[in-house]
Design a protein around this ligand. Sequence first.
Ligand code: BEZ
Ligand code: FE
Length: 322
Amino acid sequence: MTTEYTTRITEAVVDSFDGTADPRLRELLAALTRHLHAFVREAEPTMTEWEQAIAFLTATGRACTDTRQEFVLLSDVLGISMLVETINSEGRGGRDERDERDEGEGKEERGESEGPDGVTESTVLGPFHMTESPVRELGADIDLVGGGEPCVISGRVLSRDGTALPGAVLDVWQADAEGYYDVQQPDVQPPGNGRGLFTADADGRFWFRTCVPSPYPIPTDGPVGDLLRATSRHPYRPAHIHFIVSAKGHTPVTTHIFVAGSDHLDSDAVFAVKESLVQDFTETDDPSLAQRFGIPNPFRHARFDLVLGPGDSSATDGSERS
Ligand code: BEZ
Ligand code: FE
């Protein structure tokens, strides 16, 4: 039901922000007010329902600690984290100037991860990048426990025109073969398990060993878990490895490689799957390649090239690290 009052109050609240010195803050508050009021006019919550909503948000805040961010998780399961991430990363590559390159070799074969902008697509950061990844040499095994199926991840970091980016820094983290991050099991996993900070070589190449990741559930022991249960939604994320890749003069990308064929690729609890990021972890029977990677033969091998768009020249690369 829309009365003159329920329309007028929206403009009154928007106008109340007129004195906000920061114009961007004023714009954000005005849009927030209009959309929240529109929600209330459409859904017409009862007083009891509104109290339940306030109680839910209160519980979400109370569930936050130094090592747990329930509000981020809420933003994730509502698809807001992915919307913000994608809106902010779109246009990084300059679609009109997209370069034609790499004739002959198929995209799938190379393990490329480019979206329509010609740069690697971004996806959600997630809550488990809370600790600094240990610096590791190229080829190191980030699976410190040796619990899962061994695999090699290799690829190149490239500029949009195909130029290699030597010294690019790759921050990598993943859950173990059971689906837990080291920070979730401080009494079980050694710190730094499943994590590594790598510097690409002179050709922009990187490679490291790990175990094939598994799908895992996001934390469900808080209010976000209650929301998922109340809506009959499952909490699983498809198997993936996280990357943040940066290089001098380029815009960093926060992304994942997803394991092709993993369960939940089409129903990720946080809506973070982009098709260009799904790559085969190919069963490889090649004793000489296995020897080069220092891995028992046969092994699984995923190739993942990362393409960065132009950007902030102050972004770090490996040359600054001691
Ligand atoms: C993750 O992939 O680590 C993650 C992302 C969003 C919510 C929970 C976990
Ligand atoms: Fe994850």
